[in-house]
Write a protein that binds this ligand. Sequence first.
Ligand code: CU
Length: 614
Amino acid sequence: MLTLWCLFAFVTATFAATHEYNFTVLWIDANPDGVFTRRVLAINGAYPAPTIHITRGDRLVLHLTNGLPSHNTSLHFHGLFQEGSNLMDGPEMVTQCPIPPGSTLTYNFTVDSQHGTYWYHSHSGAQYGDGLRGVLVVHEKKEPFAYDEEVVVSISEWYHRETSDLKHDFLSRFNPTGSEPIPQNVLFNGSRNVTWAVAVNTTYLMRVVNTGLFLSQYLYIEGHEMTVVEADGIYVEPYTTDMLYLTVAQRYSVLVKTKQASDKNFAIVQVMDEEMLDSVPADLETRGVNYMVYDSNLSLPHALARKLSAFNDADLRPRDPEELLADPDYFIVLDVIMDNLGDGVQYSFFNNITYVAPRVPTLYSVLSAPEELVNNAAIYGSNTNAFVLQKDEVVEIVVNNKDDGRHPFHLHGHVFQIVAKSPAFDEPTAYNESAHESLPEYPMRRDTILVESNGYMVLRFRADNPGVWFFHCHVDWHLEQGLAITLIEAPEELRSQQGAILENHLEVCAAARIPTRGNAAGNAVAWLDLAGENVQPQPLPEGFTLKGYVALFISTLVGLYGIYSIYVFGIEDVKGDTENLQATLRAILSEHGGARVPPYGTRGSGSFDVGTST
Ligand SMILES: [Cu+2]
């Protein structure tokens, strides 16, 4: 047995490769949509960011240097489980400190149990929308589907303004309805009007990723069908469709078979999900048209408008079916609402808590806490929406969307089973277990899923991956508004697995002046004392505050004074008019032989009497 194990270790060590990258993030000027030149985030001076290809079992070592003058950064590898490497997951203040300008942080991990299409992006607010995002493909030595060539496609929306400016205006009391910034365009592989030269009679594996930060998109190729074979890293039974719908962060791999003849070129059309926009400006181009080119001597087609539709991803069937996780041990029921707090800004809430980052990254709190307190959610703060899970528990997350917008939710460190997913409703409709007679026997799994307007969804997973994992809306405007919870999964196992924080990570925190020990308030002495922790703003006051009463009193006084002024000056005018009129009348009458007109005021103020003529 030992010999066998040694042989296995030898084989793995021989064939597993290490891919090492040095990425320096910088601003450069670029014009991705061909309309407007602006600063974009580039890696080593190049935009768009490169696609990383590795094979399952390989190690990825990525040294990320922040070359920006004034913004922090970070990197998350979306969809990767980071089994045993939670410190490498990337979201700032969850598993690491933000990387300040001039600092370098090394991400170093292996991908042992996953294959398929993933992506990497900054996890510092909405920053990746400026360009710090790329595709990451984990190849399998032998894929379970046949194809001739592979092509990677990223789609996203694009803004002409930088995300930090947009965020400033978005999270503002001057935007009390929380209207999300409206993008100017859609991009295809970081550009527009892209041409893709294809060969006849060829099967392409097209890996599609929505690397946007806000809008879902529809995608179709005129005259061609697409056979879905992978969703979010899960190989699925082939499912043929003529249109894809991808929320931000979702991925599909599709097989596209080209035609026998090259007598025509075809449009590849991407369309924004307009329903996610609060308003659609008349001049907004919601489509992007790219081209599948069979023959470059032939003209490019005009794309026709199509009825947009999305298949239900819960109907996909994993190629390696996993039985429904029955009888959950731990239930998390989350109600989504949007509301304004006392500063006038609109926030997003899970159960009336809007996520506010702690003073110490939550993973570091787990690693530095006294043993007896690691299971106590209180030390992780009152505004981080922290839930402590025990190893191997079956966890059920119910999301009841009481908002009339669509939200794509993402869980770090896992794929979840889609146990229930409702359609959209006119009025908020919460999950009601008794309304579901049967649950799927072998549910679809993925890591990012859309909850419909006023609808609900039910997700389950086994807490078998110790770590601090974020669960949040991937519309980054909503994440900026606080739509996130923190799962602290198997903290005791996590501590023995991760050990100490790496020296390099401590250096980054020191440079960012962020403590690496203590509870959410940074208190490493009195662990249950959270004085000084970051909290959400006070609620909007109910009824009148003292300030309100003072304002009411003053405005009442001003109002009364106004009425008094109208009375005084208004009557004076009338008086003047009356006197003038009487004087005119007297003049006319005296010209015509005279008549008696009493002087003004003798019949009472404000009235007059012309008298009787003689
Ligand atoms: Cu959202």
